[in-house]
Design a protein around this ligand. Structure first.
Ligand SMILES: Nc1ncnc2c1ncn2[C@@H]1O[C@H](COP(=O)(O)OP(=O)(O)OP(=O)(O)O)[C@@H](O)[C@H]1O
Length: 948
């Protein structure tokens, strides 16, 4: 305590050398030979004898950042002294001049400069110091990973999904249509894209709009799979929030339904008010548009799309509303590119020739002269002569073929905005087994077949509320349910009408005592979710879930593998949507599709039309929508008068479907297929994610963090642990750790099977939060160690410093790709000789008990020398900075240059590359270069070493 007695004043701020954790103390009184100090942060009061009080005066210097008790902070320019008290003069974050009396300093203030901590005797154990250094290294590795943003999702690494997520999320402003076939993972792809963008700092505000009935499913899926906590907007709290202010403005991640927003123009305005970075629209085929005018939903989304940089539209049936509808959705994504429907159609027709050449390149080692000529015409402006020449060179032909295929695929106009994977390319889906069940038409229905509606769904015309007592389909259903009961098989029953679903539930319960849940559009979201959850429950759950058509969009029922189509919809897309509830990723059985129908009726014809005409039960009918668009009216006529024309119609349907499918497969679809998942890069991404999964470094690191911060760890099972806040937790709140603890797993496989456990990866918020805690806090930044090294005699004092390169820049630039978290290590002996090259980072450390007070006294006695060494270390580290920055700049310029060239070349052949994308890349490169020049050093950690 070097200050003489007469300078001591109440109000001064001091820190305890022996108990630094008490925080900043305030002198309350100086009387006789005693000094009383209050430590507000810890609520402790200490009385010391003057003369040997273990206290150090807190005195900030110019350049330091200080924080007031009211929470604002400032950078110190000058320090004045008035009546023995310090007054700090400087500027706050907004640049305003401020003064702060030392009495107003925040009592929770920590000494975050490593050298201050060293001199004030706040010495951390060696393992905490090492943890800090190790954390920097781990973060740097993660920042440079090509799969950053794709590691942390609780999903299996599936090639086509990772490919799409990586391809789309890396763009400046992703605007794409995700149109994979039903159940292939569009929601997962959207989640991966959002997760990637948020982790890499490129996106902050996201709005997801989904049909009402899928709100909860999305909410849960985003949280459970991606740790993304969306706010549901549109529930009961909405009106309250609207009265108090702006219901959408506060939520960075908002989830709502389009129906809810469309109901009220005020809601439109609220949504359009917010500067979203990205908007996601699920089931986008509902956005109707025709040249005569858009639907209100389309018009609203169009306004939203115009002011939002990122737009993801999701639909499994992009052409459900015909080619116009498809074109209209592409127009939302890029109105400049898709402005003329006729031109769009013509372009599509040219794809066949392109696909033909690609197929030949894929299949044949040698091209015939005609194909070679065609290929030459396609690439005549692409400076591809060398590649064309290499086609005949056995050593280079394979590479040339691949490069030419990429070049041709890049020509494909919609390839960049439209992604569509199908079951024919994504393998591993179960087979579908069809069980058609003809039944005799009961007499009481026979007289009621006037309308088409009554022919297809006869119970709709019945005036008997208990029609189900006399309907043979119901009795067949009951038998089927009872037959499957011993195997504990669950059945999803889908029917066209809401009332039929309600009646069927009643029938199954009344007639057979079946445990049955129901699901239809008049139920609230909560009751629907409850029904779905009851059906999902393996032990106590319902054996049967009866859904109206509404149950067939978006829901996940792949835990069941018996599907009963109690009737058939009059639309191939709806049929595929129904089957897609079970035929989804995660389905482990073949799927049994049961279809009861009345013999010799419209139902039987519709069954045959789907089965024999489109083959729509066994696989997704690729041509279904197009055939229905052409033959739908004819089909309805035949169904209305079943006596004639059915055979001819089915034959015609089959021929047409085959032709359309062949044409699509040869042309557009083949290109889309190849473009939507390029196998080599996709497999590399899968391998990179798996390599992170195999990396065993996470748990030892996290265990050390838990140990350092007072989190208790218990083993649970292989790769699974229970974490709990300990009694001596070092921080008020450990990230993402609930008060009553949590079970975590590091295994992706376990995480996929056990949703009750957190899946920890380097991207999990708990792990990211822990890294922040370490790197933004002071823990581990000052340490002392006793070491031995063969080249160093005992009894020497060494100073080891780690300077971190700081380069503040907007997160969206992701500067860390080129300049990751970097530490520069310097090791000096007491004479200032640089030993860094001689002595590697790893020492042989010797556990050594030392008396804290003696060490503090030693450090104080060496303060002048240590300060000189610190200055020297900073100079040495500073000398290496320009080289590191130059390397980063060069890497950035090379990579960005390549990217700009690639995109510029692509733009020449594919107008889907928007000019602003290219401009943005160039601007980013210029901006990044400027930021890199501002990189500077900050001392991150210091360690005093004594050789033994
Ligand atoms: N990579 C994955 N890992 C684990 N489960 C997955 C993965 N991809 C998809 N699934 C599961 O498969 C099912 C289908 O995925 P998803 O809902 O994303 O498909 P979709 O294409 O959006 O379906 P729909 O066309 O019905 O809207 C979901 O239950 C999803 O959780």
């Amino acid at each position: 305590m070097p200050e003489p007695r007469h300078t001591l004043r109440s109000g001064q701020r001091w820190i305890s050398d022996t108990e630094p954790e008490l925080g900043l103390g305030t002198v309350l009184s100086v009387e006789y030979n005693k000094i009383t100090v209050l430590f507000i942060a810890s609520g402790e009061r200490r009385i010391y004898a003057l003369g040997n009080a273990p206290l150090t005066r807190v005195r900030f210097a110019s350049g330091d950042r200080v924080e007031s008790v009211d929470g604002w902070s400032m950078r110190v320019d000058e320090v004045e002294e008035r009546d023995g008290l310090l007054v700090y003069v400087g500027r706050d974050a907004d640049g305003n001049s401020r003064t702060l009396d030392e009495i107003e300093l925040n009592p929770f203030l920590q000494f975050n400069k490593p050298q201050d901590r060293l001199f004030s005797g706040q010495i951390d154990p060696g393992d905490v110091f090492r943890l800090r250094i190790e954390t920097c290294e781990k973060l740097a590795r993660l920042e440079q990973s090509p799969v950053l943003g794709l590691i942390g999702a609780r999903t299996s690494p599936i090639p086509h999904q990772l490919y799409i997520a990586h391809e789309v999320a890396s763009r400046h402003a992703p605007r794409v249509l995700l149109a994979d076939e039903v159940g292939l993972g569009k929601t997962i792809e959207a989640g991966l894209i959002i997760h990637h963008r948020i982790i890499t700092g490129r996106t902050e505000k996201v709005l997801i709009l989904v049909p009402n009935m899928l709100l909860h499913q999305w909410l849960v899926e985003m949280l459970r799979r991606f740790n993304l906590r969306f706010s549901l907007i549109g529930d009961d709290a909405y009106e309250e929030a609207a009265e108090e202010g702006h219901p959408f403005a506060d939520a960075n991640l908002a989830l709502s339904s389009l129906d809810f927003i469309l109901k009220d123009p005020a809601r439109h305005r609220y949504v359009l008010d917010v500067a979203w970075d990205m908007v996601v629209i699920d089931e986008a085929h509902h956005l109707e548009w025709s040249p005569q005018g858009p639907s209100p939903a389309y018009a609203f989304v169009e306004a939203l799309a115009r002011r939002t940089p990122g737009l993801l539209l999701l639909t499994a049936t992009p052409e459900q509303l015909g080619k116009f509808g498809h074109f209209a959705r592409l127009r939302l994504l890029d109105p400049d590119r898709f402005f003329d429907f006729e031109q769009f159609r013509q372009e599509e027709q040219e794809y066949t020739a392109l696909a033909d050449v690609i197929n030949k390149l894929l299949d044949n080692p040698r091209l015939d002269a005609e194909t070679f000529g065609q290929l030459q015409r396609f690439v005549q402006h692409d400076r591809a002569d060398a590649l064309m020449g290499d086609l005949d060179d056995p050593d280079h032909a394979a590479h040339a073929r691949n490069a030419l295929i990429q070049l041709l695929l890049d020509r494909h106009g919609t390839g960049r905005v439209l992604f569509r994977n199908t079951r024919s390319t994504v393998h591993g889906f179960p087979s579908r087994l069809l069980h058609g069940r003809p039944l005799p038409l009961p007499e009481h229905y026979r007289s009621r077949m006037a309308s088409l509606e009554a022919r297809l769904w006869p119970e709709s015309s019945s005036d008997d509320p208990e029609w189900w007592r006399h309907d043979p389909r119901v009795h067949w259903l009951l038998d089927t349910v009872q037959r499957l009961k011993p195997s504990r098989s669950k059945l999803l029953v889908i029917c066209h009408r809401r009332q039929t679903a309600i009646d069927l539930e009643n029938a199954l319960r009344t007639l057979g005592g079946v445990r049955v849940a129901v699901f239809h559009e008049d139920m609230s979201i909560i009751t629907r979710d409850r029904a779905a959850a009851w059906f999902a429950d393996e032990e106590e759950g319902a054996q049967v879930l009866v859904c109206s058509e509404i149950g067939s969009e978006g829901r996940n029922f792949q835990f069941a593998h018996h599907l009963v189509l109690f009737d058939l919809p009059l639309d191939p897309n709806l049929l595929e949507q129904r089957i897609g509830r079970l035929d989804r990723i995660g389905q482990r059985h073949s799927i049994d599709i049961h279809v009861p129908y009345f013999e010799d009726t419209a139902q039987a014809i519709l069954f045959r039309w789907y089965h024999e005409g489109l083959d729509a039960f066994h696989r997704p009918a690729g041509a279904g929508a197009a055939v229905f668009a052409r033959l739908g009216e004819e089909l309805k006529t035949v169904l209305a008068a079943p006596d004639g024309g059915a055979e001819a119609l089915i034959r015609h349907t089959r021929r047409l479907a085959e032709d359309i499918e062949a044409e699509l497969h040869a042309g557009r679809d083949r290109l889309l297929e190849l473009n939507s998942c390029r196998p080599d890069p996709a497999n590399r991404l899968v391998e990179a994610v798996c390599a992170w999964d195999r990396d065993a470094a996470l748990w030892p690191w996290l265990e050390a963090v838990c140990d350092a911060y007072g989190v208790i760890v218990e083993e649970h099972s292989t790769d699974c642990y229970i974490l709990r806040p300990g009694e001596h937790l070092r921080v008020p709140k450990f990230p993402e750790l609930p008060d009553d603890g949590v079970t975590v797993t590091l295994s992706r496989d376990v995480a996929l099977a056990r949703e009750d456990m957190l899946f920890l990866s380097w991207e999990h918020p708990m792990v990211q939060g822990a890294m922040d805690l370490i790197l933004n806090g002071e823990h581990g930044s000052a340490s002392l160690g006793f070491v031995s090294h063969p080249t160093l005699p005992a009894g020497q004092m060494l100073l080891e410093t780690f300077h971190r390169i700081e380069c503040p820049a907007p997160r969206r630039l992701q500067l860390f790709r080129f300049l990751p978290t970097t530490l520069i290590r310097t090791l000096l002996d007491h004479r200032g000789q640089d030993l860094g090259r001689i002595v590697a980072a790893e020492f042989d450390e010797r556990p050594h008990a030392f008396e804290a007070e003696k060490v503090r006294a030693f450090v104080r006695s060496q303060k002048q020398n240590l300060e000189k060494l610190l200055a020297l270390a900073e100079t040495r580290a500073g000398a290496r900075l320009p080289e590191i920055v130059a390397e980063s700049s060069q890497r950035m310029l090379d990579e960005m240059g390549d990217e700009i060239k690639r995109l510029a070349a692509l733009r020449n052949i594919n107008p889907s590359v928007r000019p602003e994308e290219l401009d943005k890349l160039k601007d980013d490169a210029v901006e990044m270069h400027a930021y890199l020049q501002t990189a500077h050093l900050r001392l991150d950690a210091v360690r005093l070493l004594v050789t033994v």
